[in-house]
Ligand binder design. Structure first.
Ligand code: PAF
Length: 283
């Protein structure tokens, strides 16, 4: 299998995209931090349906990690990632070094309001500034027609939509359904941290969220349903729960029954923090 062309400079990325544009081709961007799994490959497939050429960026973005977080141990496997992208027939991998993305003297940070308020931000206060800054850079560097983001990181998807709308970035943002294992566990690069026992607990995460969403749809009191979800997560073996909340699917404002809803949660298993979300089925 042939690996895709890999470039690590913005100038080489732009030169390739310029060639494709000259040929009238549509370009899709799939931003990733590598450690690719089936979830990422599903994004590549959607990119290929929506455009003629698919660029996958692989960049573990330091600005979205707090000093206490797992930047150093975040899984890195560039060779394997390029093999996976070759098998998926992605066209170009953009693999910049930190110095290419944040050269000496870099001093800009993008801060998105609206959907970034609460949830992840309550526990990772600088996370979305880091995400918004790097995503804006990747979009400006690549100038894609479409960019694909997984619904697994649902709040991130909403923040990216807001970012592109507010800054008039001329790109269509596509949200892609979460890919799960046979037990409902959402694919995540951080699942690699889980041992066998933790994996068994992690596999109950989605079931508990789906049951919570179903009880909301059936008319359960919102506060009571969230408290029960937290209790069930701890009873299942999670060490602690950062949040379980029902939010408006579009704005991420607190959910009202007449609006489409989403239950979002983050919980800890040992030293690993997992997030997931499900929609509230219509009653
Ligand atoms: O979801 C991710 O992998 C990252 O947050 C992203 C969007 C690639 C930005 O670094």
């Amino acid at each position: 299998m042939t690996r895709p062309l890999a470039v690590d400079s913005v100038s080489a990325l732009r030169a390739q995209i310029r060639d494709w544009r000259r040929d009238g081709l549509r370009v899709a961007l799939v931003p990733t931090m590598g450690a690719l799994h089936d979830g990422h490959i599903s994004l590549v497939r959607i990119a290929q349906e929506r455009a003629d050429r698919c660029v996958v960026s692989i960049f573990v973005n330091p600005t979205q990690f707090a000093p206490s977080e797992d930047l150093d141990k975040y899984p890195r496997q560039l060779g394997l990632d390029l093999d996976l992208l070759g098998a998926a027939k992605a066209d170009l991998a953009f693999t910049p070094a930190v110095s290419e993305m944040y050269p000496a003297g870099f001093a800009t940070r993008i801060s998105v309001g609206g959907p970034s308020v609460g949830l992840e931000s309550d526990f990772r206060p600088s996370f979305f500034d880091g995400v918004a800054t790097v995503v804006a850079k990747l979009i400006l560097q690549t100038n894609p027609d479409v960019a694909i983001f997984g619904e697994k990181d649902y709040q991130q998807l909403c923040v990216v939509r807001q970012l592109c709308r507010d800054l008039d970035l001329p790109v269509e943002i596509i949200g892609a359904p979460t890919i799960r294992d046979a037990h409902g566990l959402a694919m995540s690069s951080r699942n690699a941290y889980l041992d066998e026992g933790e994996l068994a607990v992690a596999r109950q995460f989605n079931t508990i969220l789906r049951d919570t969403a179903a009880s909301l749809a059936a008319g359960a009191d919102q506060q009571a349903a969230m408290a029960e979800a937290s209790r069930l997560l701890i009873a299942a073996g999670f060490r602690s729960v950062d949040y379980v909340e029902a939010r408006d699917s579009h704005t991420l404002a607190p959910w009202r029954r007449d609006r489409e809803g989403r239950v979002l949660a983050a919980a800890w298993l040992g030293k690993t923090r997992l997030i997931d979300n499900v929609d509230v089925p219509s009653a």
